[in-house]
Write a protein that binds this ligand. Structure first.
Ligand code: PRX
Length: 580
């Protein structure tokens, strides 16, 4: 088996090359492929839905929803246009203004897509919240976003929001997708839609108007709200076409949850803006179910993540071979390192290698990818896309960088200037400023570039944890553990895991009067799960006598990680004591 390179397997129904791709690349040309609004405006929902209707695709299926209990519903582009118009009208009736935030805390249900598109049409800002978050991450994000509207279900409202309404003075309207709400400020999402007209004229939205707010995490502090503008649709549409080769009529399935950036950029906008049919599965991962969806829905293009790929590999090749996956033309992966075995396994069992793609919440769209026109080097993230200039750098001063050469290890940087680059962290200009130096956006990822320009991921430059593809900030988890009366200090690391990539491991010191025990360990993990949600809570917890700290009192997670993994301890000059 040659693991060094993999050529893509041609398929009989390969898309014809798009003549636009033969021309020299320019973002202006990419922008010119969009329709825009009269007077130089641009609106993501217009490009995703209304434009498709105007182009004669009104009766084509935009959204094919597969409910977890076997339900199946299809929404044509025309229907999605009408329903999102109704929601935009409803927001106007509620007094929602341009720039106001509308949050959604729901699973993968049709109302989510209607709310996202309707919010964008109304000129408001859509902010998805992962439905598996516990009450604390939900509260923090609702407070920070200053959401005026929340779309949610009766159950999620009851479990995660209702008791905290007093802490959310900006939240005026809760819209329940499956209930009527018996209290002030809570009403039915569907009653709102039913009372509105199908017709809505999108008001002028400038390409630089805020459109999407995605919370993400750093090493320190609470989550950061990354702001994206309507101009991002230029990159969403282009990358959908250039990486996935999406064309009208394709059946496309992105398995990411729209509570995270992939589930919006590539789970809503990119496929619709390219006229594809979006498959949405409400259920959680299940290997049998997933193969059945790929086969039955005749999925042409599939975007998933390494954690899922590892679980599919574990389910075995007999299972995959018992399904007809001949419709699959392109399979891709994102969010965490894709191991070479996964790439090769894809080719041997699905007939398609998994194409790794790299990007972040902040970049808004795919930056580096393996595309079908290039040979794949399994284990590499691929090459920068047209219009993207990448480099490996070493930060020299606060505003200078050294560019490093092939084979050198450093921080992955991208030359500023693509449309979906985030425009700020909400209310945190300083943190935003720190992401840039000398015209480069610094990604926080460590990587290297080989002599042929392929990029290889090495790790994170900071302490954030990637578990099952979800980016978790240690501070958010530590803060919750500190609320427990027995806990004096807490430090969190990502511990390698065969399936999830990393799991969260907590190290805890106890207050006087509390002794380590199995019962307390379980209690603390349970406490964290209730407050944070199972996706964010630590899976392992170890009691320690003390935590390594810098002289200024910061927990040195790097040392915790090195000790746990038996790695060299590195530079200890900042350590407060000689405990290491
Ligand atoms: O560390 C990189 C990792 O995920 C981070 C971004 O996470 P988030 O903002 O949640 O966005 C996830 C989906 C776009 C990156 O800084 N990451 C993303 N893609 C890859 C990756 N790590 C290795 N290989 C990738 N292909």
């Amino acid at each position: 088996m040659n693991w060094t390179t993999i050529s893509n397997t041609p398929k009989p129904d390969e898309p014809a090359p798009n003549p636009a791709d033969a021309l020299p690349f320019s973002w202006e040309a990419a922008r010119a492929e969009l329709e825009g609004l009269p007077g130089g405006g641009l609106n993501i929902a217009h490009e995703a839905v209304d434009r498709q209707v105007r182009a004669g695709r009104g009766e084509a299926v935009a959204l094919r929803w597969l409910g977890k209990n076997g339900e199946r519903r299809e929404f044509s582009y025309a229907e999605l246009a009408r329903l999102s118009n109704r929601f935009a009208n409803g927001l106007n009736r509620l007094g929602i203004q341009r720039g106001d935030r509308v949050c959604a805390l729901v699973g993968r249900i049709p109302e989510l897509y209607i709310a996202a598109l309707g919010t964008l049409k109304a000129g408001a800002v859509f902010c998805p919240l992962f439905s598996a978050f516990g009450p604390e991450p939900v509260r923090v994000r609702l407070v920070k976003s200053r959401a005026r509207v929340l779309v949610t279900t009766a159950l999620l409202h009851e479990r995660k929001v209702r008791a905290q309404r007093g802490d959310l003075p900006d939240l005026e309207h809760v819209l329940l997708t499956d209930g009527r709400g018996a209290e002030p400020g809570v009403r039915s999402f569907h009653a709102l839609l039913d009372a509105e007209s199908d017709r809505f004229v999108i008001p002028f939205t400038d390409p630089e108007d805020w459109a999407l707010l995605h919370f993400t995490s750093g090493t320190t502090g609470s989550p950061k709200g990354a702001i994206h503008v309507h101009d991002a649709v230029v990159a969403h549409r282009l990358t959908g076409r250039r990486v996935f080769e999406l064309r009208p009529g394709d059946v496309y399935w992105c398995t990411a949850d729209p509570g995270w950036v992939t589930g919006v950029s590539y789970g809503i906008v990119a496929p619709l803006a390219n006229g594809a049919t979006l498959v949405v599965d409400e259920a959680e991962f299940d290997a049998n179910r997933w193969y059945a969806i790929l086969e039955r829905e005749r999925v042409n293009v599939w975007y998933t993540a390494p954690t899922a790929i590892r679980m599919l590999m574990k389910a075995g090749t007999d299972l995959v071979r018992s399904h007809d996956l001949s419709a699959l033309r392109f399979a891709a992966s994102v969010g965490e390192p894709l191991h070479p075995e996964g790439v090769v396994w894809g080719r041997e069992t699905l007939g398609q290698p998994f194409h790794d793609t790299w990007w972040q919440t902040e970049t808004g769209a795919i930056m580096i990818a393996n595309t079908r026109d290039r040979v794949i080097r399994p284990g590499s993230m691929g090459l920068p896309l047209p219009g993207i200039e990448a480099a490996i750098v070493r930060r020299r001063t606060a505003d200078g960088v050294d560019l490093l050469g092939p084979g050198e290890e450093g921080e992955l940087a991208l030359r500023v200037g693509w449309p979906s680059l985030f425009r700020g962290y909400l209310d945190d200009a300083e943190r935003y400023r720190q992401c840039f130096a000398a015209g480069w956006y610094l990604t926080g990822d460590l990587a290297t570039r080989d002599a042929d320009g392929y990029y290889w991921f090495l790790g994170r430059a900071d302490d954030v944890i990637k578990t099952a593809g979800h980016l978790i900030g240690p501070f958010e988890v530590e803060s919750v553990l500190l609320e427990h009366p027995a806990v004096a200090e807490a430090g969190m690391i990502g511990k390698p895991d065969a399936f999830a990539g990393q799991i969260i491991k907590a190290f805890v010191t106890l207050k006087p009067g509390h002794a380590p025990s199995d019962a307390l360990r379980k209690e603390l993990i349970g406490f964290a799960r209730t407050r944070l949600g199972p996706a964010v809570a630590p899976r392992e917890l170890e009691f320690v006598a003390n935590l390594p700290k810098t002289r200024s009192g910061k927990i040195m997670r790097r040392l915790l990680r090195a000790r746990e993994l038996g790695l060299p301890l590195g530079d200890l000059s900042a350590l407060e004591t000689d405990e290491a």
